[in-house]
Design a protein around this ligand. Sequence first.
Ligand code: PEP
Ligand code: MN
Length: 333
Amino acid sequence: MEDARAIAALGWISIYRSGVWKPRTRPNAFEGNGEEALRWLRRVRKETGLLTTVEVANAEHVELALKYGVDILWIGARTTVNPFSVQEIADALKGMDIPVMVKNPVNPDLNLWIGALERVNRAGITRMMAVHRGFSNYESTRFRNSPRWELPIQLMTFAPDLPVICDPSHISGKRALVGEVAQKAMDLGMHGLMIETHPDPDRAWSDAEQQVTPAQLQEILNKLQFRERTSDNAVFNNHLAQLRRIVDSIDEELIQILAKRMKVIEKIGEYKRDNNITIFQLERWNEILDTRSALGSNLDLDLDFITRIMMEVHKESIQLQTELMNRDDEKQD
Ligand code: PEP
Ligand code: MN
C-alpha cells in the first residue's frame, strides 16, 4: 500500500503492476503471496484509483485474477516460451473481455512471441499489448537481459497497431541503468514503460537490484525526453528528405559493391574448385578481419560493427563457394 500510494501520487502512472505468483529461477525463493495478495490489489485499486495488473501462468491464475477484479493480465517471459501454457491461459480467457499483455519469450524467437499473441487473440481478446523485457544470455553483459532491440522493432513492423511497451527493469537488472533503457524505448517509439518500484528496494524479496523507489521513478520519468514521431515543420521535413535521399543513394552503391564483390568470390570459388583447394583458409580470414578492422577504426567506425559486417559478408561468400563446389560434385556424379 505504501508503494501504491507513492506511485499514485506521482501522477504519471496509470497501472499498478505486481507479481502475485512469481516464477523464480531457483526453488526456495519468494514465490508471491497468491490469492491473499489479490485482496491487497483490490484495495490498491479502491484506495488509489490505479488499474491493477498481475502475471498469470495458468488457468487457475486467470480464474482467480478475474474473480478479484484485476484489470489487466500479463503473460510472463517464462510462460510465453511454452505454447501449452499459453494455450491453457487463452482457453481460460475465452469469452472474457480483459486486456492482456504478452512479454517476449526468454529466448530471442520473434515467432514464438507472435504465436503467443495470436493464441490470446484467437480466444477473443482484442485489447492486447506486447512487453519487451529483453532476452536471456549466457555471457555476462552490461544488461541482465540482452535488449536485442531489433526484435521488438520487427514486431512493431509486423503488427503496426499493436502497442509495445518496454520493461527496462528486467532488461537492465540494475537500477542505475533503468533510465537509459527507458529513454531508448521512448526513442524507438514504444508506447509505454513497465518499471518495478519498492519503497525500500534493497529489502525487496525479488529482483532487489533493479527496483527503484517511487522518488527515483519520478526522477527517471522527469529526465525522459519524449520525442515526436513526425513533424509538421516543412523546413525540417525537406531537410530530412534530402538527407534520406543521400542515404538512399549510398545504400544503392553499397549493394552494387556487394554484388561486385560476390562476382569476384564466384571466380575465386571456381578457381579453388578447379585446383582442388579448400574453401576456408584461416590465415586469409584473420588477415581480412585485421585489415578491415584497422581500416574501419581509422574511419571512426565501431570495431564490433565492422566485425559483424565482415562476418556476414564472409558467411555469404563461404555459402556461395560451397554451392559451387557441390555443383561440380553433382556434375562428376
Ligand atoms: C516480472 O515482471 O516480475 C517477471 C517475472 O518478469 P519476466 O516475465 O520478464 O521474467
Ligand atoms: Mn521481477
